[in-house]
Design a protein around this ligand. Structure first.
Ligand code: NDP
Length: 293
């Protein structure tokens, strides 16, 4: 169960992955473009390869965690990939993952793409709740399941190599919108010296946790196709309420730019006569389509 493997890329994430496999006793060969980053890992038992091609030659299982898809193509260009199992944990778009899968197969390799839902301190710490989405070659995933489960939990989401990246980016997108709201909220409270940010943070976290339940309500509406079903806060009401959010931002001297596009979507949907819908109604609007009912 201690499969030897190769890891290309020793940035913040790659280094965390390397440490997790070394700690679990896996023979590990590493390579990084800037060789100095491999030195601490050599001291911890990793074999350091002089080139990416040499690193790839050292093991059947090759994990890649580089900056972006272009760096993956560049690093693997001179390597012999025939018979290799490539697991690409580099963040990219779904189309890049599918393209990379075809590219790897043409070169005689099996390919699995991954999207890491964790930050480096969560790697090798199962109780931190981090995990990695995987998609692509199912036989590869099954064969290396135990090895892949060492750094973080595994969630296989299908044979389409682009599916892990799609899940990854969808969750990152949800997070981005959430951070926009949090940033705006801190800015509103900024001049209120008597409310410490650390105190306000607790209120934000508690509120967002309660409101996250809306996600399930939206999902039920999307599945039923009836976006008015069980709606307690409809778009007409929320859109009218947005005027208060905008006026308060102005009073507090805060730019409305982070929230404005979302509010515009709501206004547009109401103007089209869908004010009785919940937030689910915005989903079709965003795709430029009419509601599917
Ligand atoms: P870093 O910026 O710390 O490291 C980037 C790595 O890519 C380095 O090893 C760098 O080598 C290498 N690299 C960049 N360009 C090239 C190239 N043209 N050829 C060869 N190697 C190259 O990034 P992370 O380690 O944090 O992230 C790696 C991947 O993991 C990214 O795709 C990221 O999105 C993903 N990820 C990261 C998370 C995080 O919180 N850090 C969370 C989830 C996913 P060099 O040292 O020589 O510059």
């Amino acid at each position: 169960s201690t499969t030897p493997l190769t890891l290309l890329g020793l940035g913040g994430m790659g280094t965390a992955l390397a440490r997790a496999w070394l700690a679990a006793g896996h023979p590990l060969t590493v390579w990084n473009r800037t060789a100095a980053k491999a030195e601490p890992l050599a001291a911890e038992g990793a074999r350091v390869a002089a080139s990416a091609a040499e690193a790839v030659a050292a093991a059947g299982l090759v994990v890649v965690c580089l900056l972006d898809d272009a760096s993956v193509g560049e690093a693997l260009a001179p390597a012999e990939l025939t018979g290799k199992d490539i697991v690409n944990l580099t963040t990219g778009t779904p189309a890049q993952a599918r393209e990379r899968a075809h590219w790897a197969r043409r070169r005689g390799a099996r390919f699995l793409d991954g999207g890491i839902m964790a930050v480096p301190p969560m790697i090798g710490t199962p109780q931190a709740g981090g995990y990695i989405f995987y998609s692509g070659d199912h036989a590869l995933f099954e064969q290396h399941r135990e090895t892949l489960a060492i750094p973080a939990g595994t969630r296989y989401v299908g044979t389409d190599a682009g599916h892990a990246a799609l899940h990854d980016v969808a969750l990152l997108s949800a997070m981005t919108g959430m951070f926009a709201g949090i940033t705006h909220a801190f800015a509103l409270m900024r001049p209120e010296r008597e409310v410490k940010p650390t105190e306000f943070a607790g209120m934000v976290t508690e509120w967002l946790r309660a409101m996250a339940a809306m996600t399930e309500a939206m999902a039920w509406q999307l599945e039923s196709g009836d976006y008015t079903e069980g709606v307690t806060s409809n778009l007409a009401m929320m859109s009218a309420g947005n005027a208060t959010l905008e006026a308060t931002a102005e009073e507090q001297g805060v730019k409305g730019e982070l929230l404005a596009p979302f509010m515009a979507s709501m206004r547009e949907r109401v103007a089209l006569g869908h004010g009785d819908e919940g937030l689910a109604g915005l989903v079709d609007g965003l795709r430029g389509g009419s509601p599917q009912r």
